[in-house]
Design a protein. Structure first.
Length: 143
C-alpha cells in the first residue's frame, strides 16, 4: 500500500468525531492532533492495556455496495459489543482492512467471532490475514 493510497472510514465512541473517507495519514494526523495540538498518552507496557483486532480480507464485490452493506451490518455489532473502543475500515485495491480496538482480549475475540459470522453470512469476502491480541504500545491523543 502506498502512502495515502487507502481511504479510511473510522468510527469511535459517541462524542468522538468520526473521520470518513480520507487518506490514512490525514486521519492519523487528525486523530493525534484533535482540533489542535494535544498531549499524547501511551497505552501498553506495564500500564493500561488495549487489545486490537486486524483482519485483511479480499473482495470481489462492488466497493460502494460492499461498504454500504458493511456499515449497516457491522457498526451495530461493534458498538453493541462490550469493551468497544474504536473501529475503522480501509479499502485498497481488492483488499479490505478492518481495524478495531478493545478493552480486553476477551472483548476483541468476541467481536472477532461475531464479525466473522456476519461477514460469512452477508458477503463474499475471504479472510486473508487475521490478528487479535495485545497492543505492545499505542499512542493516543488526549482530549
Amino acid at each position: 500500500m502506498g502512502r495515502d493510497s487507502g481511504a479510511v472510514a473510522a468510527f469511535a465512541r459517541p462524542g468522538v468525531r468520526p473521520y470518513r473517507a480520507m487518506p490514512i495519514s490525514v486521519m492519523l494526523r487528525a486523530l493525534t492532533r484533535g482540533a489542535s495540538w494535544s498531549l499524547v498518552t501511551s497505552v501498553g507496557g506495564k500500564g493500561r492495556r488495549m487489545y486490537a483486532r486486524v483482519v485483511v480480507y479480499t473482495y470481489q464485490e462492488n466497493k460502494a455496495e460492499l461498504e454500504a452493506k458493511a456499515r449497516a451490518g457491522v457498526i451495530p455489532i461493534v458498538t453493541g459489543t462490550p469493551g468497544y473502543i474504536s473501529y475503522g475500515v480501509m479499502f485498497d485495491d481488492d483488499k479490505v482492512v478492518s481495524i478495531s480496538q478493545w478493552e480486553s482480549e476477551e472483548h476483541a475475540k468476541a467481536a472477532d467471532a461475531a464479525l466473522a459470522e456476519w461477514v460469512k453470512a452477508n458477503t463474499t469476502m475471504k479472510s486473508e490475514t487475521r490478528f487479535t491480541g495485545d497492543l505492545a504500545w499505542l499512542e493516543l491523543a488526549s482530549s
